[in-house]
Design a protein around this ligand. Structure first.
Ligand SMILES: Cc1ncc(COP(=O)(O)O)c(C=O)c1O
Length: 369
């Protein structure tokens, strides 16, 4: 038996069939009725006024950074997926990396405060593994310094903070519907915001930047449209959002119960005032106390057919493509660098069987116990 790290959870094909047939015969293959329906569903689910569907979260991030007019320096955590940084660098912005909190794995708001300079125009927060960061502290910090706050919420559709769903924090949030996400559209992104002007600009920017007359370019945009076929898949998965998230959170709790007490093993801390989306089950394996290092565990599990992921690894400031920043940041983000050496994601899907989690947990206990 092989356990992949991730498998997309899809509803029965019959749930997309009607939309796919209607798209096929309509002659409208992109950014039409079905995309509009997905946008309305997500806006309603997140409790926000606007949702603009994109071809991916990455394109959504690139366009949101541009639409917000960010420039100069923008603060972000280094403990994130590369797309967070790419969106800034594509816009000619200097990424300013800050450290994360060791328990929550999310951006340290005090480190963000210390990184503000006269050139800072914004902060990009990240919901690491779908868990909300310190949203209140980040919103206060941004307001105090007149900075634009936006979120890379790629992994966080369905997460909550103080009873509010992710989607309405900061100026905008950007979600992913790629195959590794809790709710997928095969590929896709979603920008949510309560700012009508921003949503309007993003609608034009995803279509090359075309103005309302369709001729004149109002912006330097991209083709970041979402196809109707993808939106049909996204709609069908959205209907099951609560069930998929509920199952994942239950399986995370099951894993944690089975793995607690192992020397050197700890889990991402999720405060009582928030819930994650359950996108990943990540644990820390601290080499000094654990029987195996994270990399040793990764290899030993692979030999038993259990696929895991070193996550996020390496941290953004140590990627080859970020060589220009390596010298500046290496050794200066100790929590991030350590976490990146210790974090490992283990198999989790919206439909993983509890018995499979038990088998995987038993293998880990066997290796680390
Ligand atoms: C934190 C984070 N940001 C951005 C992305 C990019 O999303 P997409 O693949 O939809 O462009 C991902 C995808 O894995 C992610 O995990």
């Amino acid at each position: 038996m092989v356990y992949p790290i991730i498998r997309p959870t899809l509803p029965d094909f019959s749930e997309v069939e009607a939309d796919l047939r209607a798209i096929w015969s309509s002659g409208m293959l992109t950014t039409g009725r079905v995309v509009g329906e997905l946008e309305a569903m997500v806006a309603g689910y997140c409790g926000v006024e606007h949702c603009v569907a994109m071809s991916s979260c990455t394109s959504g991030l690139v366009l949101t950074v541009k639409a917000l007019g960010l420039s100069g320096e923008v603060i972000l955590p280094s403990f994130t997926f590369a797309a967070t940084g790419h969106a800034l660098v594509w816009n000619g912005i200097e990424p300013v990396f800050v450290d994360c909190l060791p328990g929550t794995y999310n951006i340290d708001p005090e480190a963000a405060r210390a990184a503000i300079t006269p050139r800072t125009t914004g902060i990009v927060g990240v919901y690491v593994f779908g868990v909300p960061p310190e949203l209140g502290a980040l919103e206060s910090l941004a307001a105090e310094h007149g900075l634009a706050l936006m979120f890379d919420s790629a992994q966080a559709l369905g997460a909550t903070w103080q009873g509010r769903r992710a989607g309405g924090f900061g100026r905008a949030e950007v979600f992913s519907m790629s195959p590794t996400k809790v709710i997928t559209a095969a590929e896709g992104g979603l920008v949510t915001t309560n700012d009508g002007a921003l949503a309007g600009a993003l609608r034009q920017m995803r279509d090359y930047g075309k103005s309302a007359d369709g001729y004149e370019m109002a912006h330097i945009g991209l083709n970041a449209r979402q196809s109707e076929l993808h939106a049909a898949v996204g709609k069908a998965c959205m209907r099951h959002a609560e069930a998929y998230i509920g199952h994942r959170l239950a399986m995370i709790a099951r894993y944690q119960a089975a793995l607690s007490g192992l020397p050197g093993v700890s889990f991402q801390h999720v405060g009582d005032d928030r819930t994650g989306s359950g996108n990943y089950m990540v644990m820390r394996v601290s080499g000094a106390e654990a029987r195996l290092s994270r990399d040793g565990l990764y290899e030993a599990l692979a030999e038993r057919g259990i696929h895991t992921k070193k996550y996020f690894y390496p941290p953004l400031h140590l990627h080859a493509a970020y060589g220009a920043w390596r010298q500046k940041y290496e050794g200066r983000l100790p929590q991030t660098e350590r976490l990146s050496q210790e974090g490992i994601a283990i198999p989790l899907y919206g439909h993983i069987a509890p018995e499979d989690c038990d088998i995987i947990a038993a293998a880990i206990r066997d290796l680390l116990g």
